[in-house]
Design a protein around this ligand. Structure first.
Ligand code: NFS
Ligand code: SF4
Length: 656
């Protein structure tokens, strides 16, 4: 049945703008992921369940009734676990590559080289330094900065086996560090862990599935560390986000403007382009446009939305469709989640695809080597290409869907604390724990992750979020999940009236009232906390809740959901969420069930060891129920433990 539906259904999206573009271009011959997905059916079931091994070139070995082991003798559990480690490593490496790029910019500044970048947020610099036990008193910003950069570099490169990640020790509750130490998964450094894990999964190395899964979790913790470093350093360089009002969906394109889509992940490039575009409005006018408008796709879009209020054009799955509006003059990409397919779509229009990073090129695209030591000059060069492309537009091909919604974003944890502090000045986070204790809120849910055509685009994000809102769950989001919410009108105050249950409504109303003088607009139904690397901001929220309640994180009524997970980064993020105590729903079943043993570790045994666990559930209504159950179990347990603590006059038990 399901397969049949997939065959016919090219319109696998609920985004009205995406549907409009798909309808208008039907039969045009321009091929997108929506078509290629159909061509790809049926997908291979061995790959789907994880029992296909290509780790050595004796393979591929796939497990069948006839062949119950790989040629080398690897059992299905070894194959599945090894593939899992490698998926996590892909995600960890991607985030760490991102972090290294930011660090290389910081190294230039620390070493006194001239740079178009600088320390934008000295207050954040001091906060980060203090957390890491770096002295701040009586020292200049640059002195502190140098120590932060040195330590960040050591977090990547240290080989010494007695020193453990400082960033992790500084940012999670001590019980999580103890747990990681007890299970021998506490990382010394990122590069060391990546190398040892790649070696561990080489042919003829580790065959023990439990040992492999634990290594996957160690690599996932490196992902957490790399992401946290990326977020902290981005805030120091570009500023910690504060609430900002903007718009989202393809209606943000303007026919008379030079439209530049910023796509990828790293703020190093996009921040400079936004700046250059603001300076080059006159050049655009000379070319016949009214000005230049930047807009974002994927996580680069989230970065510049959070700090600069740049509107959201679209999210991952509809990146090609944005070009098919005929109104995108340049799509400037940096790293990750950039479909190679954008180039062939762009060739049917006037759009220039501009690749910028040496390890992310696309054949036939326009390549500008974004040398960050000449950042402004390079950014201007890129904007000039966009202005030139504007002159080549074909008016007959322009078709801009009029769909757009107001977005209120910019909720770093600092911004959240500022807002919550209006209700609870002594301890801002207590505003949330009190609301959960009183039963007003059922807990908190983080929506993260991608789009994936295995489920209809944006549908699961939207359905689960509105279900949870109805059930009084406080919602935060990042990445392409936040992209969905922005495009579909859930990141503004109007959505509260429409979707929130009574408890959530009352909580948000009190927050709004307490912050009336401070904010230019109403708070949104869902708090946008940033790009995917900023999932660490959301985890800092979990840590703050745990500290406020005085418990370890597996007790905190906080769940995560990646309803449309796609990338290896989603696998690594999900894995550290579980390790750090969070029940995590994934709406697209990853290639694991081929080994019931590894599947069982992810779904059940993880809970015994770490308190967090995975839930695979493709049906969004079922997933909502499972997430609610996970939250309610925790709120109920917390109440019981609290009552026991009061009765026996002891501290609340930290274990779960
Ligand atoms: Ni996250 Fe961001 Fe989107 Fe998924 Fe890709 S953009 S890093 S991986 S697809 S959310
Ligand atoms: Fe096959 Fe073993 Fe080689 Fe994997 S490592 S491809 S199971 S022979």
């Amino acid at each position: 049945m399901a397969e049949k539906k997939k065959e016919k259904d090219r319109n696998r999206t609920i985004d009205p703008a995406a549907l409009e573009v798909l309808a208008k271009t039907e039969g045009s011959g321009v091929e997108t992921a929506y078509d290629r997905y159909l061509n790809m059916q049926p997908q291979c079931n061995y790959g789907n369940t994880g029992i296909c091994c290509t780790i050595c070139i004796q393979g591929p070995c796939r497990i069948t009734k006839k062949a119950s082991k790989g040629i080398c003798g690897a059992a299905p559990y070894t194959i599945v676990a090894r593939n899992l480690v490698r998926h996590v490593l892909g995600g960890t490496s991607a985030h760490c590559d991102h972090g290294m790029h930011i660090m290389s910019v910081m190294r230039e500044i620390a070493d006194g080289h001239e740079s178009d970048y600088g320390i934008t947020d000295p207050a954040k610099l001091k906060r980060v330094a203090t957390q890491l036990d770096i002295a701040v008193e009586g020292r200049s910003d640059l002195e502190i900065f140098k120590d932060v950069v040195d330590l960040a570099e050591q977090e990547f490169s240290r080989l010494d086996k007695r020193t453990y990640s400082k960033w992790m020790q500084a940012t999670v509750v001590p019980e999580r560090v103890e747990k990681a130490m007890d299970c021998s998964i506490m990382p010394n450094s990122i590069h060391k862990t990546i190398a040892e894990s790649m070696a561990q999964t080489h042919m003829g190395m580790d065959a023990d599935p439990v040992n492999l899964v634990f290594q996957a979790l160690k690599a996932a913790l490196c992902d957490y560390i790399g992401m946290h470093i990326s977020t902290d350093l981005s805030d120091i360089l570009f500023g910690t986000p504060t609430p900002v009002v903007s718009e989202g969906n393809m209606g943000v394109l303007e026919e008379k403007m030079v439209n530049i889509a910023l796509h990828g992940h790293n703020p190093v490039l996009s921040e400079m382009i936004v700046k250059a575009a603001r300076e080059m409005q006159d050049e655009a006018k000379e070319a016949g446009a009214e000005g230049i408008k930047c807009m974002g796709i994927c996580c680069t879009g989230n970065e510049v939305l959070m700090r600069q209020g740049v509107p959201v054009l679209t999210n991952f799955l509809s990146q090609e469709l944005a070009i098919m509006t005929g109104a995108v003059d340049a799509m400037v990409v940096d790293v990750q989640c950039i479909m190679p397919g954008i180039q062939s779509v762009a060739e049917c229009y006037h759009t220039k695809i501009i690749t910028t990073i040496p390890n992310a090129k696309i054949p036939s695209s326009y390549y500008v080597d974004f040398d960050d030591t000449r950042a402004m000059e390079k950014a201007r060069e890129i904007v000039t290409v966009a202005i030139e492309a504007f002159k080549e537009r074909n008016p007959e091909k322009i078709n801009i869907p009029q769909e757009k919604h107001k977005i209120v974003a910019g909720f770093s944890l600092e911004a959240m604390e500022d807002i919550l502090g209006a209700l609870s000045p002594e301890s801002p986070i207590k505003a949330v724990t009190d609301a959960v204790d009183s039963g007003e809120l059922e807990g908190v849910c983080l929506f993260a992750g991608c789009n994936n055509l295995k489920v209809p685009h944006d549908d699961s994000h939207f359905t689960i979020a509105t279900e949870l809102a109805k059930n009084d769950v406080l919602l935060v989001s990042t990445g392409c999940a936040a992209g969905t919410f922005g495009k579909l009108g859930l990141l503004n105050g109007d959505a509260i009236e429409k979707y929130a249950g009574d408890g959530l409504k009352a909580f948000l109303k009190r927050l709004n009232d307490a912050n009336k003088d401070k904010l230019g607009d109403d708070l949104p139904l869902i708090f946008h906390m940033g790009s995917c690397v900023d999932n660490t901001r959301c985890y800092d929220f979990v840590t703050a809740l745990a500290k406020q309640w005085g418990v370890d994180t597996p007790k905190v009524p906080f769940v995560a959901s990646a309803p449309e997970a796609m990338s290896e980064k989603a696998v690594s993020i999900g894995s550290w969420c579980v390790t750090l105590g969070v029940p995590t729903h994934v709406g697209v079943i990853p290639p694991i069930p081929g080994s019931p043993l590894v599947d069982g570790i992810a779904l059940q045994i993880a809970q015994d060891v770490y308190g967090g666990y995975f839930m695979w559930e493709e049906d969004p209504m079922e997933a909502s129920k499972k997430l609610m159950d996970a939250l309610q179990e925790r709120t109920w347990k917390m109440k019981v433990h609290k009552m026991a603590a009061e009765k026996y006059e002891t501290e609340i038990s930290k274990t779960w």
